[in-house]
Structures are given as C-alpha cells and as structure tokens.
Design a protein around this ligand. Structure first.
Ligand SMILES: *Cc1c(COP(=O)(O)O)cnc(C)c1O
Length: 483
C-alpha cells in the first residue's frame, strides 16, 4: 500500500503506512491518502460479520498497512479493543461489542439507532482511534529505538483522549496545553488527575487560541522540533482516520442481517475526520446509502454540502456553542474528500487550497464537480442551541435515553434525512456527563455518570501553570525530557 499527497508533490516516491504514521502533513502541505482504496469482496463482508471488534479492526487495517507483520498488528488491535477499556457502557453485557448499537425506534419508516462510540476511557469517540494510535506509536518507536514528545493544545476532548492513550507508554511523553480555568470542572479533572510521569498538563494563562498559537510557534522552530523530537496527534493523522473506518463496518453489521441491505449514517462533524472515515468505508464497498454531515452553528460544512461554496471562518466568526467539540473555523480533513470529489486531481486540489489560504475559500457550485457530491452519498444539515435542547428532551422522554449535545446535533439532522426501510445510524460521539451544563438546562437534572467517574473532581490534580509564552513552554519541555 502506497500513500500519496492530495497536493501531488513527491509523486513517484513511496510512502508506506509506517512512514506516515508519526508524521502530520505531507511536505507540500497536503494530506496523505492511499494511492487507491482497497475494495472489500462479498466473501470478506460475509466473513467479517461474525468477527469480534479487535479482529475486524485487524482485517481492515491490514488492507491499509502492509509493513507491520500480521501477528504484530493483530496483537496491537487485540490489546487496544478490549471490553475492559470500553467499559463505560449503558448495559454491562454490551461492553464486549466495543461499539454497541442502541436501537431507539422507527421514525418515518426508518429504524433509528445510536452507535455508541464513547464508552472508552475519556467518554468521547476520539478514544476509538487514539487508543490504537498509542499502541501503534509505542510499537513503532520501540522498533527504531526512538522517542517522541507529543505537544498539543486542547479545549477538552482531543487532549484528554491523547493523554489516556499515551499514559505509561514507553518512549512517549505528552505536553498538553489547555486554557487555565476555562474548561469544565469535569474535563479539567479528567486531564489533571492523571499522575503518570510521562503526562504533563500545562495550564496556559490565556484562552484556547493562545495555547494553539504556542504549539504553532514551537512547531515552527524547526531546530527545536528536531532536537526535542516534537510530534503531534491531531485529526489529520492518517492512522486516526483509518482506525475510525472500523466502526462503520461494525455498525453496518449490527443494524443489518444480510449484505444486500443498505444503511445511512449521520455524523456530528467538526474537522471532518469522523465522516471522512465513513466516506472511506463507502469507497471500500460498504453498502452505505447516505452520509449525513451534521454541524452546529459553525456550519462551514453544511454550507458546502448545500451550496458548493467552501468558506472558512475567521476566529471572530467562530461561535462558542454548547457542542464545543464541533466549534471549528475550517475543517482540517475536508481536503481528503475534495481530492476524491475532483477525481483525484492534485493540481486542482493545490489550487483550491491555495484559494482557501489567499481568498478564504472556493466555489464549486458552477462546476460539474459539485453535482457529484450526490454520487458520494453526502447530504447535510445544521443544529442550534435550541434544537439541541429540544432533541435532548425529546429523546429522553420518548426513548428514555440521555444523549450529549453533539449526538443531539446528529439526531436532529438525521431526522431530516430519514428514508423508509433504510436504517439510520447516528454516531454517538460523547457521553452527556462531559457537557453536563447543557443537560441540566435541557432536562433539569444531573447527567448520568458512569460508575468509574464518581468522585473524579475531588481527586488530586497535577498540572503546571505557565504564562502564554512559547519560550516558557520550551523551557518546560527541555527541563522535563530525557533528551
Ligand atoms: C471531535 C468531536 C467531534 C467532531 O469530530 P470530527 O472528526 O472533528 O468531525 C464531534 N463530537 C465530539 C464529542 C467530538 O469530540
């Protein structure tokens, strides 16, 4: 399996899965994709139906990765996808399924269900990929006798998922910047209560953007970056995307009895990482009818799928919403889909994403390309704070099921795209306890709390407060790495 950049540089070079595992962007600023999508045969689909999650993950990853020995890869997926790790479930017996399907009911003739992706250690779907990344990174570093210092900025979900995936891993340290006193008590406690010596929480005196600017400044110091082996685990990482392909297959098998059936998925979206994995599953041949992109008030993606216009937002135009993990100004994985939409023409992708940088966007409405969005199954919709509250209330009353704000955005938009006889699977991307304030507002009661999290906020916390100053962060890294 060879990987290429969406912007075309280095065509003819070979990049294997392991080559791009620890990296981010390609040299030309593009994103990596396989030179061709592997196809799934009817026989494979039949055989995979019965596999436990870890073995399904092995089969799918094997199609994208031919430079890790099969036995090692299988050991890595089996170590990652265990009932003990994905134990924060609604029903005890479903932990073994890793991503249980929770049936809600039938609406407009369409069976409606939630695919639970947030039963892992940090109660958000990012654990699904990040837990595997932790094991893959540790494996790859050990093989080459290397070490890695992961530097990131977070306002919540990504940072905690990265920390829980990397805690205790050989050869890896995590330096995670978060805005001091700006996260919820629950999210703060989730991160800061970690006592592992390889996890460093840095509370920056500023807002999230200050923290992110520091990460950029440190990463742009190429000498420092090389000397201290600085890396990232953001959502453009290819291995993160491919790990997410697995649960589209798992959800399909859980919602159908035979491979003649089709299903639709609705995906609460921000950076387009999650739904990009759905697109890849569909390109591999999984019988997906529609991929419904659900956004919140930050509707960059909904606007594109309705109009063909992609217009990134300025920081001041980005709303702080009650589904904050979807508060994005541009969708960092979107380029992968645009590459396929344009028939894999890297010269045009390069031009369009230059336009994004120079003119703030591009318009495909007039070109024939936009019409092809339908062939790829994509439709979209957006949500608001009020519809979020209404959906949380409605699902609680009608189905006795508490959902988080991001999942509510998904369900709201899913209902606008139901088709009789075609199961609609809404990806549940977080548990309600992470966004408790809005649950209290919607339901006038406390969010459900998985047993393992009782008393989380009163655990001792370990973190370092630093001013919003890149040099101080560098000094801290130097003082705390073995290098
Ligand atoms: C990250 C996140 C999303 C958005 O996922 P993308 O891959 O960025 O589209 C949605 N919901 C929750 C809870 C998240 O943490």
């Amino acid at each position: 399996m060879n990987y290429l950049s969406t912007r075309g540089a280095g065509a003819g070079e070979r990049h294997t899965f392991s080559d791009i595992l620890l990296g981010g962007l390609a040299k030309d600023g593009g994103l990596y994709l396989p030179a061709a999508y592997p196809r799934v045969t009817a026989d494979e689909l039949t055989r995979w139906r019965a596999l436990p999650y870890a073995d399904l993950a092995f089969e799918i990853l094997s199609k994208f990765c031919d430079d890790i020995p099969a036995d090692d890869l299988r050991a890595l997926t089996r170590k990652t996808y265990t009932a003990a790790t994905y134990c924060n479930v609604r029903d005890d017996e479903s932990a073994a399924q890793i991503t249980p399907l929770k049936t809600l009911g039938v609406e407009n003739g369409a069976p409606l269900a939630l695919l639970e992706l947030s039963n892992g250690p940090t109660l958000a779907f990012k654990d699904m990929a990040m837990q595997l990344i932790g094991n893959l990174f540790e494996y790859a570093l050990a093989k080459h006798g290397q070490t890695l210092n992961i530097l990131g900025a977070t306002s919540g979900d990504t940072g905690s998922a990265a920390e829980y995936a990397m805690r205790g891993k050989q050869g890896i340290s995590v330096f995670m910047l978060s805005p001091h006193k700006k996260m919820s008590a629950f999210q703060t406690a989730q991160m800061y209560s970690l006592q592992d010596p390889n996890i460093f929480n840095i509370a920056v005196e500023g807002v999230f953007d200050d923290a992110q600017d520091i990460v950029k400044a440190v990463s742009n110091d190429h000498a420092f970056k090389a000397r201290y082996k600085i890396g990232t685990v953001n959502s453009i990482n290819w291995a993160r995307v491919v790990a997410q392909v697995v649960y589209y297959f798992k959800g399909y098998f859980a919602a159908t009895k035979s491979n003649d059936e089709r299903v639709s998925f609705t995906v609460p979206s921000g950076n387009f990482g999650n739904v990009c994995a759905g697109h890849i599953a569909r390109m591999m041949g999984l019988p997906i009818e529609k991929l419904v992109v659900a956004t919140n008030e930050n509707d960059v993606l909904d606007e594109f799928f309705r109009t063909g216009i992609y217009r990134v937002r300025k920081a001041a135009e980005t709303y702080h919403t009650s589904s904050p993990s979807m508060d994005i100004s541009k969708a960092s994985n979107f380029e992968r889909f645009v590459f396929d939409l344009l028939g894999r023409d890297p010269a045009r992708v390069l031009q369009l994403f230059r336009d994004v940088e120079e003119k703030g966007g591009f318009d495909l409405a007039a070109s024939g390309d936009f019409a092809r969005v339908k062939e790829f199954g994509f439709v979209s919709g957006r949500s608001s704070h009020d519809s979020r509250l209404d959906t949380i209330r409605d699902v609680f009353e009608r189905y006795d099921t508490m959902i988080d704000t991001h999942t509510a955005d998904g369900l709201k938009v899913a209902r606008e795209h139901l088709q009789p006889g075609i199961p609609m699977i809404v990806l549940e991307t977080a548990q309600p306890i992470k966004f408790g304030e809005t649950i209290r507002e919607a339901l006038l009661r406390e969010p459900e709390r998985p047993a393992a999290f009782s008393g989380l906020e009163s655990l001792p916390q370990r973190f370092e407060v630093l001013p919003a100053d890149a040099q101080r962060v560098k000094d801290f890294i130097v003082a705390n790495t073995g290098a």
